[in-house]
Design a protein around this ligand. Structure first.
Ligand code: AMP
Ligand code: MG
Length: 504
């Protein structure tokens, strides 16, 4: 038999997504079936090849023309069940009974190489029944911001949704000014939120709540499925995951910016990167989001807001806790009381690690607090101060790097004397300690002014080179990368970016 020769132009393989969809099999009130709206002239910005492989996708197929058509929403892959999910949420404290995916469409779920179920979702693919007045689209700026920051969070070891691809659409989206449109393909353990529970609770749909809770348990917390009180255990698990997540944000200087209950993942991942930002100089009151007029989501308020959001989840779960409502409330209250100790232990433990301490001693919290207070008073850069501790391990001759970040360098050097005294109480070889410090205190974070510069290059000149370069630097945040020193630096006065926007 003659072998059939393919002209590669006409013989492209079908892009294969190994879908195994479960949420689309939930009752119809959980979502709306909807297809992406095709776009005029899509162009590939980037495929995250490593992540594609992890998901069992072929990165070359994904980068082909057919792959591009899928990533742009012009074509649905085989066996996709395209849906927009329903959810509600408290936005800046006010309850909205119906939000839902207004500018996102879930294509389906795959089981990744390590056996984990992952959602693949297009963000910006056009209107859905949940779009309200919106256009269902995303602009290139927010797409690049989400891509950069979510991948940076991943590299920092913080639970997060991921970015599988970004494309431009060749169409304009109307915001304050017309902006080039784009779509990001987002990957998450799931897109289920505190707001998803609120959607059913607001409708007194206890059956819906139960189905959702069972789905979340099976998917994210299978170990508790057989426990005596799985719904109590579910609340405990989400509280623990969120308390640890928010602690990890504080330890890298991250401000989410819109911690509405619809932006809180029940899987404990950072989700919905909007006007988020990393702080440069340490300032607990930092707020970057242009829409956060009252500083509700300021850096230092994130733990208390997370706890407030979890109280909303607890309220939703009450009907599942049994017929005795007093007992149900008592359970919920007790569960919520665990938030503070879990958060504090994760945060204080994290700070000790950032100082290179291996054991807990009395006075450690004060030592850390005094450094942080000195950083506030001296407008010292958060990331670099910790990074440069590694140079100061041996003695005062190594203090200059960190001290130069302080308006009054003595404030650092005086603190460093106490710090080294405390280090001396632990017998750890200096080389080991240096390695540990450099592995916990990043050199590279997605600094606002760098992210903005990337966006400007893309919007003004269609130049995605700076985007690629910044991603490279951020992919290995704990390694000093020769040639990329400038990505470590805080902004110069004229480069400072004080406001960030969601771009909705
Ligand atoms: P977010 O700011 O991404 O957390 O979105 C809050 C809510 O507004 C969600 O229900 C979104 O789906 C919806 N939304 C945001 N931007 C748009 C848009 N451009 N078109 C339609 N819905 C949107
Ligand atoms: Mg959202």
């Amino acid at each position: 038999m003659a072998t059939r020769r393919c002209n590669p132009k006409y013989c492209e393989k079908m892009v294969h997504f190994p879908f195994d969809n479960t949420y689309a099999k939930m009752p119809e009130r959980f979502f709306a079936k909807v297809s992406p709206t095709p776009v005029a002239n899509p162009k590939l910005v980037r495929v995250n090849r490593e992540l594609a492989v992890e998901l069992g996708l072929d990165p070359d197929e994904l980068s082909s023309d057919e792959g591009l058509q899928i990533l742009a929403g012009n074509k649905l892959p085989e066996r996709a069940d395209a849906i927009a999910t329903a959810y509600a949420g408290h936005q800046f404290g006010g309850f909205v009974p119906q939000l839902g995916d207004g500018r996102a469409i879930l294509l389906g779920e795959v089981i990744d190489k390590s056996g984990r179920r992952r959602d693949i979702q297009l963000k910006g693919p056009g209107r859905t029944p949940f779009s309200r007045g919106g256009d269902g689209r995303a602009a290139v700026g927010p797409v690049l911001r989400e891509y950069i920051v979510s991948e940076a969070m991943f590299a920092l070891g913080i639970p997060t949704t991921r970015a599988l691809a970004a494309v431009t659409t060749g169409e304009l989206v109307m915001r304050e000014t017309p902006l080039p449109g784009a779509i990001i393909t987002r990957v998450a353990s799931s897109h289920l939120r505190v707001g998803t529970f609120q959607f059913f609770a607001a409708r007194r749909d206890v059956e819906g709540l139960r189905l959702l809770a069972d789905h979340v348990i099976a998917r994210h917390y299978p170990a508790i499925a057989g426990s005596a009180h799985p719904y109590h255990a579910l609340l405990n698990e989400v509280i623990e995951a969120q308390a640890k997540l928010v602690a990890s944000w504080l330890l890298v200087g991250f401000i989410h910016g819109v911690m509405n209950t619809d932006n809180v993942s029940v899987a404990g991942e950072t989700i919905d990167y909007g006007p988020c930002a990393f702080m440069d100089e340490y300032n607990p009151e930092a707020v970057f989001s242009a829409i956060d007029t009252f500083g509700r989501y300021a850096y230092y308020r994130q733990p208390e807001i997370a706890e407030w959001n979890l109280a909303r989840l607890a309220e939703c779960l009450l009907p599942l806790f049994g017929p005795d409502s007093d007992a149900a409330i008592a359970h919920a209250t007790e569960a919520l009381q665990a938030f503070a100790p879990i958060f504090n232990s994760a945060y204080q433990g994290g700070l000790r690690q950032k100082l290179g301490l291996t054991r807990e001693r009395e006075g450690d919290n004060e030592l850390a607090r005094d450094l942080l207070n000195a950083m506030v008073a001296n407008q010292a850069d958060f990331t670099l101060t910790f990074r440069r501790l590694a140079d100061a391990l041996d003695g005062p001759e190594g203090d200059d790097g960190a001290a130069s970040l302080f308006n009054h360098p003595d404030d650092f050097t005086e603190w460093a004397v106490r710090w080294r005294e405390r280090l001396a109480e632990e017998e750890v070889p200096t080389a080991e300690r240096r390695r540990a410090l450099l592995a916990i205190n990043p050199a590279y974070i997605p600094r606002n002014h760098r992210v903005e510069a990337v966006i400007r290059a893309a919007v003004d000149r269609e130049d995605f080179g700076p985007f690629e370069e910044l991603l490279t630097a951020l992919s290995r945040p704990f390694e000093d990368q020769p040639g990329f020193e400038h990505y470590m630096e805080p902004p110069k006065e004229e480069e400072r970016v004080l406001r960030t926007f969601c771009g909705t």
